[in-house]
Design a protein around this ligand. Structure first.
Ligand code: ZN
Length: 311
């Protein structure tokens, strides 16, 4: 949705709130988000409700990513649209300037939206291209400021390791995960989780970490020193995804820590996976309402990968 369309569709704060109510309670049946009771009284103050069972009041924002935020819903909608329209992502500094809000508000707003967009695609199938990306992370320094461990290039690097999986077909989906390491065991565990074994062919380059895949998956290896594709099979889409991710993350988000990487990955994969969908804005708003409050937490399973938690 363009900014002009958004402005026309939601000319006032009330229009935006009403829209949110329609998304959350499609048949107009308001349900208490805390106890699921339908014994609700509409209050005199606009768009607030009273739960008669628990004797508490709430609005459509309760238990959504919009809870506990002073930012008005219309600005939230603009933030969602700006994020989805920005191919390389939008930084908190940019959103701050676009909406005239503080950096802190902009940062939380974007993080919560990323949280809502997370984990929309749970598995891939067909011809699936696999590649890894290395992002951020500086060489370690000792107390005197001398570099003690220089970050190597390539797979031995101290940078954050990201596994990227992309379906080769047109409109194919993607999944990207922050990985603790890229050993063959870790890679196999992640790929088993996200790729349907019987319906898929995996395409990778010659990295030895992929050697164990042959026992479990249909697996095609492309030797980049000799060829870039085997017929129509390549890892170009995975490489393009990584290119976009690098240009976006390095250009927009200067201080990139592993802690928040899963949130950025959810933003990039959602945008990639919905790039042909004209209703991606509505989809994002639905997720913002229905996925529950975002807690900005994540868990790291050392044998697997880092995930955003929903509490
Ligand atoms: Zn209640």
């Amino acid at each position: 949705m363009t900014i002009i369309e958004l402005h026309k569709k939601f000319p006032s704060q009330k229009d935006a709130l009403r829209h949110l109510e329609n998304v959350r309670w499609p048949e107009g049946k308001v349900i208490c988000p805390f106890c699921q009771s339908n014994r609700i009284t509409k209050m005199k103050s606009e768009l607030r409700y009273h739960c008669n069972k628990e004797n508490r009041t709430f609005s459509v924002r309760a238990k959504t990513i919009f809870e506990d935020s002073r930012l008005d819903i219309r600005s939230w909608f603009f933030a969602v649209a700006l994020m989805l329209n920005a191919k390389k992502g939008i930084s908190a500094n940019q959103l701050k300037r676009d909406l005239g809000i503080t950096y802190k508000t902009a940062w939380y707003c974007l993080m919560r939206i990323r949280c809502a967009l997370a984990d929309q695609v749970n598995f891939l199938q067909g011809i699936v291209q696999i590649d890894e990306a290395f992002l951020g992370g500086k060489p370690q320094k000792d107390n005197f400021g001398t570099t003690i461990q220089k970050s190597k290039r390539g797979r031995g690097t101290l940078k954050n390791k990201i596994l990227v999986m992309v379906e080769q077909k047109k409109g194919g989906k993607s999944i990207a995960k922050l990985m603790p390491n890229l050993t063959s065991e870790t890679l196999l565990t992640a790929l088993k989780k996200y790729i349907k074994k019987d319906l898929s062919i995996l395409v990778t380059d010659k990295y030895k970490g992929y050697s164990k895949l042959d026992d479990y998956f249909n697996h095609i290896t492309i030797n980049h020193s000799k060829q870039f594709s085997k017929g129509k099979i390549s890892i170009n889409k995975a490489e393009n995804f990584i290119g976009l991710l690098k240009r976006g993350l390095v250009g927009q988000y200067h201080k990139l820590s592993a802690k928040y990487l899963p949130f950025y990955l959810s933003e990039f994969t959602f945008r990639y996976n919905n790039s042909l969908d004209k209703n991606s804005f509505s989809k994002a708003i639905e997720l913002s309402v229905n996925k529950g409050k975002c807690m900005l937490r994540y868990k790291c399973n050392t044998n697997n990968h880092v995930e955003i938690c929903q509490l």
